[in-house]
Write a protein that binds this ligand. Structure first.
Ligand SMILES: Nc1ncnc2c1ncn2[C@@H]1O[C@H](COP(=O)(O)OP(=O)(O)OP(=O)(O)O)[C@@H](O)[C@H]1O
Ligand SMILES: [Mg+2]
Length: 893
């Protein structure tokens, strides 16, 4: 297979997945090159295997789907051939031989190097303990050859074995440390929870046991597309696998899985619950080496991607232990894996899965040293924001390029959908509502006669549209809630391992992988040109996927939209083109989900607030898997507090979701700590170095500190006075400054807005102060423990502030000590448009002068009047039904 490139590998794997004979495939690829369609055409029409039912290249995807789900008779022949060559067959035959007699052959007298026992492990068969008990070797180690005299020897024995499998199947030279630790736990029959960064290689931890033992590994995974991709990769590495989703299962695949045909069975949580009994017979027959629960954060209600069925997976511990299956010598180990779990989520995982007390926890650093994090302010709402925010990106992909050819993926869909979205949301979660409202007003209200029958009808329908658009159902429809677009037509499929070729997927060479393993030296990571690798832009709403993709395409960028509502054929095409580097930018909702493992993604842009830092870090983690520099930019509207995406949640979950959103908001607002540090510390890791040296804060440095004693004092005083805390203290202040709280606005619990207007009224120095500036200050006071939330409701940031005991104490000493802070992002934003608050002096002085005050008030009034001017009549849009109707009505009048 020398000379085959990544593209041909991909095509070969696809064809293997379709069930074609390997020799036919190689011949086809040799003849027509790395084109899937052409190769299918060649095999189907141009060579031995002519099949009239699938003769056109357009049938290619159908063929694929059919074969994934139900194999046609014509493919059985080649498939049988492949099975002969598959590793499964080898292990199966070995296994059969093994079961008839003693499992491990002793080779005490032979040299280790040339004697490898044919079978490494058979936990059910206990062996005489020939080792010194003082070695403290766990029972599982005893299943290893008895010529290994000590722990070190045992370790090097299995490392040697694993490394040869690694080289043979994957082309890697060694395991990473965390992978070794995980395998050691499994060898010792321990349950294991693995927390390792995105793209670090967690899958190998559960794939290797299948190769080592010849038993089956059962992997629980949340998404069909993820299972499909992993099976495809395994097939390329010579390992047979199948996936069983929860839809219409092809029973024959399921039966084969249960009879032990595949090395690895991927199964969704719903299905595994149905398969407990059959899996118990599999455990008794071929044997189950391990249950792996991938993306295990889905177990936790405290995580970002909760899947209720994951919580029922404690059945695995209940039904696959020695207590329930007498033929087992040891409980079948559980291995749980995730890249994003906070300490609380970890505890929840261990408890919900009933993992054993001695569960080994393997944690690698969450730090990805080649990712450059930054946060930028953007309204993310209109073409003008796109223009500003994506100019650089457009330059990267178009400068010096000859043609500005538009990438034309389902243009009709794009055209149609963007036509109605001229006023798209501003990208933050709040703007889902905003969009709807704007949209309803795209017809001029003032063109409609008030009591005209048609007008009334139109108005009614607009109202009902309005109502519909503010319903949770409609809003849910605007956003994708799952990390999956269900772009496959099948719910199960099988993949047979092909004879091994040296593959490194589209993920680079082993050397580049090792770079992830072993971070580059810090000084070498100087920020510069990132190159042209692809970009993923994550947006909150489906509509924005279309409008941004259309915008970028109009500048000649090869961009495509991806969201769960687009046609499946389009989604598949996007996946394919993205993996083959035919696309420069994918603009997606979170449906472009978990498990995207492409090495050269150079930029992940979040355009609008994510819902949690877990989700953010997981999505950002898709960048730079080749170890080279990559950018992770968050564009968010700093002037708005994000809101939760609509979803069905219990009260408890709502609270948790608010907490996560709030943490995410703080991450964006923070201006003085290294971003990577903030992120890894969020996951409970102590950051080993001071800074990442690559994020916007490390590069630009924090903003200048300001002494805000005057502002802090008046804010605390205003709040304290409302709650009658003044009497209980002996702080002294200028009575003129403290507000008199007799105003009727204050009879109810006041929110920050009320306090700010009070401050503005009371002190001319602050009369023109921005609300968002005070909001930033309030947040700082909350971090420092001086303020707390005064109501029971859930908020992203404190809404009804009250003073804590420390707040009261601070107030007592406030006037004596300076209060230095780094202004938060919203404060900086407000200061950019106005004078800084601490330098209110100038403004303040101005307000003190009655003449200046009069002039300012007058100009304010004039501005207001200008705003109130009757809106200009817009020309009705004659391309829409409503527009034509409005035009007709206005003519009548
Ligand atoms: N020991 C190793 N040496 C070199 N490369 C490796 C090693 N182990 C895994 N890899 C490679 O690392 C890449 C990422 O692997 P994998 O998909 O298992 O990551 P992951 O940790 O599961 O990521 P995610 O969190 O996105 O699911 C793969 O392309 C894989 O082949
Ligand atoms: Mg993974």
């Amino acid at each position: 297979m020398k000379g085959y490139n990544v593209d041909s590998d991909h095509v070969i794997a696809e064809l293997v997945g379709m069930g074609f004979d390997f020799s036919d495939i190689t011949e086809a690829v040799k003849s027509v090159g790395a084109s899937l369609d052409d190769a299918v055409e060649f095999i189907l029409n141009g060579s031995r295997r002519t099949n009239s039912s699938a003769s056109s290249s357009s049938a290619c995807l159908n063929v694929s789907n059919k074969v994934l789900g139900k194999r046609t008779t014509s493919s059985t022949e080649s498939f049988g051939k492949m099975r002969q060559q598959s590793i499964t067959e080898h292990l199966m035959s070995a296994s059969r031989a093994k079961r008839s007699k003693v499992t491990i052959e002793s080779h005490a007298s032979a040299s280790k190097s040339n004697i490898m026992p044919r079978y490494v492990e058979e936990p059910e068969v206990s062996l005489p303990l020939t080792m010194d008990p003082s070695l403290n070797i766990s029972p599982a180690m005893t299943i290893l050859p008895s010529y290994c005299k000590d722990k070190e020897e045992l370790r090097s024995y299995w490392e040697h074995k694993v490394n040869s499998l690694l080289g043979k199947h994957f082309g890697y030279s060694s395991l990473k440390n965390f992978q070794k630790e995980a395998l050691e736990a499994w060898l010792s029959h321990q349950d294991c929870l693995i927390l390792a960064a995105t793209g670090s290689g967690k899958s190998l931890c559960f794939q290797i046991p299948a190769l080592l033992t010849g038993k089956v590994v059962v992997v629980v995974s949340p998404l069909i597309s993820l299972m499909h991709d992993q099976c495809l990769k395994l097939a390329k590495h010579g390992i047979s696998a199948c996936f069983l989703g929860s839809g219409q299962i092809d029973k024959s695949v399921e039966q084969k899985a249960i009879s032990g045909v595949y090395n690895i069975i991927y199964v969704c949580p719903e299905t595994i619950l149905r398969l407990i009994k059959p899996l118990q017979s599999l455990a008794e027959g071929r044997g189950i080496a391990l249950f792996a629960i991938d993306e295990v954060h889905c177990v936790s209600k405290w995580g970002h991607d909760f899947r209720p069925d994951y919580r029922r997976l404690c059945v695995l511990r209940e039904n696959f232990g020695r207590d329930s299956l007498k033929f087992l010598k040891f409980d079948i180990p559980l291995m749980a894996l995730t890249a994003t779990a906070t300490v609380r989520v970890r505890e929840d995982i261990l408890k919900s899965l009933c993992m054993l007390k001695e569960t080994k926890i393997v944690i690698t650093s969450f730090f990805r040293p080649n990712l450059c994090f930054s946060v930028k302010h953007s309204r993310t709402s209109s073409l003008s924001s796109y223009d500003k925010d994506f100019r650089e990106l457009i330059e990267v992909y178009t400068t010096g390029k000859k043609s500005a050819k538009t990438y034309n993926l389902t243009p009709q869909v794009l055209e149609h959908s963007t036509e109605n979205s001229s006023c798209s949301s501003d990208g933050s979660m709040t703007e889902v509502d905003g969009t709807c409202e704007n949209e309803v007003h795209d017809i001029d209200d003032d063109v409609l006669p008030e009591n005209d029958g048609v007008g009334l009808q139109l108005e009614n329908s607009l109202n009902s549209l309005n109502e519909k658009k503010s319903s949770v159902q409609y809003l849910e429809d605007e956003c994708d809630l799952f990390h999956d677009a269900d772009d496959l037509d099948v719910s199960c499929g099988e993949f047979y391992g092909q004879p091994h070729i040296k593959h490194f997927d589209n993920c680079g060479s082993p050397e580049t992988h090792n770079m992830l393993n072993k971070p580059k030296e810090r000084p070498a990571l100087e920020k510069g040109d990132l190159g042209e690798g692809p970009t993923i832009i994550y947006v909150p709403t489906r509509k924005e996927t279309l409008s941004i993709a259309k915008f970028l395409s109009s500048y000649g960028v090869k961009a495509a939209a991806y969201n769960a509502k687009l046609p499946k054929s389009h989604l598949r095409q996007v996946h394919k083109d993205f993996h083959e580097d035919a696309l420069q930018v994918v603009v997606a909702t979170i449906a472009f989900g978990m498990g995207i493992d492409k090495s050269n993604v150079r930029r992940i842009i979040h355009y609008g607030w994510p819902q949690s830092l877990e989700a953010y870090y997981q999505e950002a983690g898709r960048a730079g898997r080749d170890g080279n520099l990559a950018d992770c930019v968050l564009y968010a509207n700093m002037s708005r507090i994000p809101t939760l995406l609509p979803s069905q949640r219990s009260e408890e979950q709502t609270k948790q979701s608010y907490k996560m959103l709030s943490d995410c908001f703080r991450y964006g607002m923070h201006t003085s700590s290294c971003r990577a540090k903030m992120l890894v510390e969020y996951f409970g890791e102590e950051f080993s170095q001071e800074k990442c040296l690559l994020c916007d804060v490390c590069i630009n440095g924090p903003p200048e500190m300001q002494n805000l004693i005057a502002e802090v004092t008046i804010l605390l005083q205003t709040i304290a006075a409302h709650y009658g805390q003044r009497g209980s203290m002996d702080f002294s202040y200028d009575d003129g400054v403290v507000p008199a709280f007799t105003h009727k606005r204050f009879t109810e619990k006041p929110n920050l807005r009320n306090f700010v207007s009070r401050i503005r009224e009371q002190d001319h120095k602050f009369a023109a102060s921005d609300f968002i500036w005070w909001r930033g200050l309030l947040r700082i006071l909350e971090y420092r423990g001086f303020i707390m939330e005064g109501d029971e409701m859930n908020h992203v940031q404190i809404k009804f502030p009250e003073l804590t005991e420390s707040g009261l104490q601070l107030l007592r000493s406030a006037l004596e000590q300076p209060f230095y802070v780094y202004p938060e992002a919203d404060m900086l934003l407000s200061m950019r448009s106005r004078k800084s608050f601490s330098s209110f002096a100038e403004w303040g002085k101005g307000w003190a002068d009655p003449e200046i005050r009069r002039q300012r008030l007058e100009s304010k009034q004039t501005k207001r009047n200008c705003k109130k001017r009757k809106p200009r009549k817009r020309k009705p849009n004659l391309t829409t039904v409503r527009g034509r109707l409005a035009a007709k009505l206005s003519k009548k009048n």
